[in-house]
Design a protein around this ligand. Structure first.
Ligand code: ADP
Ligand code: ADP
Length: 232
């Protein structure tokens, strides 16, 4: 089963002489219940791929599905609802609201969407991310690693099927980075979620089950090699 997939996905920014092809006919299958890393040099299209997969950006050509539902062609209202109900995002810049406590930040997307968190699930996420004794603190009272864990908890709070993380360790020291990768790993292994992480750090990608390599807007390699399984 795939949690998300694309066929012939192309994305061009701008037009005429300044047009940039960010993605060039990309086919990817994001496997359900797996941790997938997307690697490649700066400008290779990693963020664009993630944004198109998550319905945050429109495509120029091709098709995108989340579960078995095609999202290309959905209207803004439907895409907003889909993102709120089924997708969690961990941004590189944590995007926490400074006036809210950690707890309020964690439940904000659900509050906005008028949904009640499942208390048992929320407890699991909070304990897994070791945030129990920081829930009443505001972002400025938290370390970078703690803020990133709050951002991670916010992404997991609604128990989304799919979690996207854009360079989640980019702003963290190596210890906090390793912790965060451990938490994403547990979200997959213990909480059953599907994680897609964009990174340029091979050490971070080593925590994933699968690595997709992008170059110039194309998938140029995949590890482990899916065609190699037949020989094993
Ligand atoms: P990566 O995440 O691998 O660094 P991106 O997906 O951000 O790559 O960018 C892929 C290409 O698309 C780059 O050449 C980048 O300059 C271009 N690009 C990305 N976003 C925009 C945008 N909003 N407008 C114009 N060009 C963009
Ligand atoms: P607005 O439409 O005013 O931007 P949103 O509902 O998009 O409000 O988001 C409010 C806050 O919650 C933002 O900080 C955003 O980054 C965050 N957020 C929204 N949806 C999600 C999500 N699925 N996962 C994690 N954070 C989210």
């Amino acid at each position: 089963r795939t949690a998300a997939r694309t066929r012939g996905l192309s994305k061009t920014y701008g037009s005429g002489e300044t047009a940039v092809t960010a993605l060039d006919s990309v086919d990817v299958d994001i496997r359900e219940g797996r941790f997938t890393a997307v690697m490649g040099p700066s400008g290779s299209g990693k963020s664009t791929l993630m944004y198109c997969l998550a319905g945050l950006d429109t495509v120029t050509d091709g098709r995108v599905w989340i579960d078995d539902r095609e999202i290309t062609g959905l209207g803004d209202a439907e895409l907003t609802r889909l993102r709120r109900d089924e997708i969690g995002f961990v941004f590189q810049s944590f995007n926490l609201l400074p006036t809210l406590t950690a707890r309020e930040n964690i439940t904000l997307p659900m509050d906005i969407g008028g949904r009640e968190p499942d208390p048992e699930w929320l407890d699991t996420v909070i304990d897994t991310l070791r945030l129990r004794d920081r829930l009443e603190h505001r972002p400025t009272q938290l370390s970078g690693g703690q803020q990133q864990r709050v951002a991670c908890a916010r992404a997991l709070a609604s128990r989304p099927k799919l979690v996207f993380a854009d360079e989640p360790t980019g702003n963290l020291d190596s210890r906090s980075g390793l912790e965060l990768l451990g938490f994403l790993r547990r979200a997959v292994d213990e909480l059953g979620q599907t994680v897609v992480m964009v990174t340029h750090d091979p050490g971070a990608a080593a925590h994933a089950d699968l690595v997709l390599y992008l170059a110039d807007g194309r998938i140029v390699d995949e590890m482990p090699d899916p065609t190699a399984e037949a020989v094993l």
